[in-house]
Design a protein around this ligand. Structure first.
Ligand code: GTP
Ligand code: MG
Length: 603
């Protein structure tokens, strides 16, 4: 007997409530007890996901409702992980498109929806967060319909069901003004609207769409069986992207079950499963019949758009705070990462001490950096660069669609600032009491701009962007206007010295911090770098020096997050990352060497 199955993916812009909804579904189907105390989402289960409140990896779960098995794929909403979404949609027959009832469709809504439409998936629209004050569910519904129409949805897709509700408060209904007490309304709509998988007889075909990594088993391939069936111990062929074929034996087969997986003997067509034993598989490979392998069309893999240099720590503080510091450690860790981090590439530079790491954006790269820090690594990062391509003989760069919702008063300044960064205003529309500005902007113009937009708008702006296309190079963008304050000596930063030099700029260090010669300790109010001595104490004869220091009024230092630091540095600077610290430094610590280098590059 074949089981009745539905395969759905949940897609949306970042933070529109996908994971909260999946948690609710698991809850409704009695698969776990709510963690009311912490409010943590049971699905966002790695440390960084918890801390940042975002989903980084797509995840499969399965529930049973009214005798039907529903395979659910929760996807990440952040634009850096868009490729992940595109890939896993491959396993679904339908999507739940979540849209925040206040925000409406956002750039990533458009992107993920367009992928689902192209794949012919049936959408169910969930207008979420209707509990929010001043939300406009009806307008949002209208906007989603228009968006779908513009994306060339088919008649059947345009004839979508709409569900209103609040994932957070745990209800879904036909009418947002009539709240219910649970989400069964949505589950019923899923059974009714999404077709069961097509059962195709014949030899095995399964595209590998995702993977999991377990320290016991190694890499586990995840995919949906689109033809035939699969058994434990079965001999299979692995058909690669280039059509080459490798023979393997399936070791174990798992089905998704609640939050986990259960080992089974066989899996039928239409179900989503995980298999071990396929060595050296890649995403998009087809698991096929041993004797007569037929590969399926390859699925697109997102190309990296950004690169960053990872190099061993060679600062004077090398080895003080980390456990893994050698080039061997760095190399092994980076190459281990690419086994599971699909959009990442690591390129040798010719030096054993540094590697170019290619990724999908600042967030994608910073998550790797943060994870390595926590594992005890110490290393340094160069300035991130977008990847330039030559297309038909023309130099092209990645361009993003940028949305900024801002109060009317600051919109003029925002537009001026984005123009300086080669952004082009496309649309301007009122949105509640804000104004929405839409730009096309080179991706490099976005590096480091978030803090400045927040300054311009007094923290009121809502920013989101996503990759649009490679377009011809837009010309040079003026870099950071202000120079750096660079430490002259190695030692302890002294309040007395910082106090005396306060008018030179803002500081990134505070009295008592250990600093080294060549470290960037602050931002100069003017352009060009300024070397200064912040380790200088008062004359030792003055016995009251340390006592009176405490009374000095020193502005609190600017403390960068990892991402801010990555976006802030210039080409001649590094971010030094250790488990305990994030420091900025000049690559060349010695002033004479820096002068010589800049003269050389000028000539
Ligand atoms: N008011 C309100 N807040 C909600 C609702 N659903 C989710 N949220 C909140 O919105 C935030 C984001 O929720 P998530 O479920 O993590 O969103 P997500 O779409 O999974 O986010 P990403 O995976 O990072 O794209 C959390 O703070 C939730 O508590 C809702 O119905 N109403
Ligand atoms: Mg999520």
């Amino acid at each position: 007997m074949m089981e009745d199955i539905r395969n759905i993916a949940i897609i949306a812009h970042v933070d529109h409530g996908k994971t909260t909804l999946v948690d609710r579904i698991l809850h409704q189907c009695n698969l776990f007890r709510d963690n009311q105390e912490t409010g943590d989402l049971i699905l966002d289960n790695n440390d960084l996901e918890r801390e940042r409140g975002i989903t980084i990896l797509a995840k499969n779960v399965a529930v049973r409702y009214k005798g039907v098995k529903i395979n659910i794929i929760d996807t990440p909403g952040h634009a850096d992980f868009g490729g992940e979404v595109e890939r896993v949609l491959n396993m679904a027959d339908g999507v739940l498109l979540l849209v925040d009832a206040f925000e409406g469709p956002m750039p990533q809504t458009r992107f993920v929806l367009s992928k689902a439409i192209q794949l012919g998936l049936k959408p169910i629209v969930v207008i979420n967060k209707v509990d929010k004050e001043n939300c406009k569910p009806d307008e949002v519904h209208e906007a989603v319909f228009e968006l779908m129409y513009n994306l060339d949805a088919s008649e059947d897709q345009l004839d979508f069901a709409t569900v209103y509700g609040s994932s957070k408060h745990g209800w879904m209904a036909a009418d947002w003004k009539k709240p219910t007490t649970d989400i069964t309304y949505l589950l019923d709509i899923i059974l009714e609207q999404i077709a069961p998988p097509k059962i195709v007889e014949g030899t095995l075909q399964m595209t590998i769409s995702s993977l999991e990594y377990s320290s016991y088993i190694g890499r586990i391939a995840i995919g949906r069986i689109t033809r035939g069936s699969l058994k434990t111990g079965q001999q299979v062929s692995l058909v690669k992207r280039d059509k080459s074929i490798f023979k393997h034996k399936i070791k174990e087969v798992f089905l998704f079950d609640g939050l986990g997986k259960k080992k089974v003997d066989d899996v039928n067509c239409g179900d989503i499963c995980a298999v071990s034993g396929l060595e050296g598989f890649d995403i998009s490979d087809t698991v096929a019949d041993f004797e007569n392998p037929e590969g399926l069309p390859p699925i697109p893999i997102d190309e990296p758009t950004m690169s960053m240099l990872f190099t061993i720590n060679n600062s004077p503080f090398f080895g003080r705070e980390g456990d893994y510091v050698t080039s061997r450690h760095l190399r092994d860790r980076l190459f281990k990462e690419i086994e599971k981090n699909l959009a990442l590439r690591v390129i040798e530079t010719g030096s054993p001490d540094s590697y170019l790491v290619y990724g999908r954006g600042i967030l994608h790269l910073s998550i790797l950096v943060e994870t390595m820090r926590r594992e005890g690594f110490e290393f340094q990062l160069g300035k991130p660069h977008v990847i330039i391509r030559v297309i038909d003989g023309i130099k092209c760069e990645p361009v993003e669609i940028l949305h900024i919702d801002t109060p009317l008063e600051s919109s003029g300044k925002v537009i001026e600032f984005i123009n300086q960064r080669k952004g082009e205003l496309k649309v301007m529309t009122p949105k509640h009491d804000l104004i929405r500005l839409e730009f096309d902007i080179p991706a490099r113009g976005l590096i480091g701009f978030r803090t400045q937009i927040m300054n311009i708008t007094a923290g009121e702006a809502i920013i989101s962007s996503r990759f649009k296309a490679y377009e011809p190079w837009k010309g040079d963008i003026k870099e950071r206007m202000c120079g750096a304050l660079v430490a002259m000596e190695t030692g302890t930063a002294i309040a007395y010295a910082i106090n005396k030099l306060q008018d030179r700029g803002t500081y990134f260090v505070k009295p008592g911090d250990e600093i080294y010669k060549g470290q960037v300790v602050g931002e100069n109010t003017r352009s060009g770098d300024l070397i200064l001595n912040v380790t200088k104490t008062k004359k030792l004869t003055n016995m009251r020096a340390s006592g009176s220091d405490e009374k000095l009024r020193i502005a609190p230092p600017t403390i960068f997050s990892l991402e801010e630091a990555m976006e802030y540095i210039m080409d001649d600077e590094y971010v030094e990352v250790t488990p305990k610290s994030i420091r900025l430094r000049k690559i060349l610590l010695n002033e004479h060497e820096r002068k010589r280098a800049s003269q050389q590059s000028a000539s």
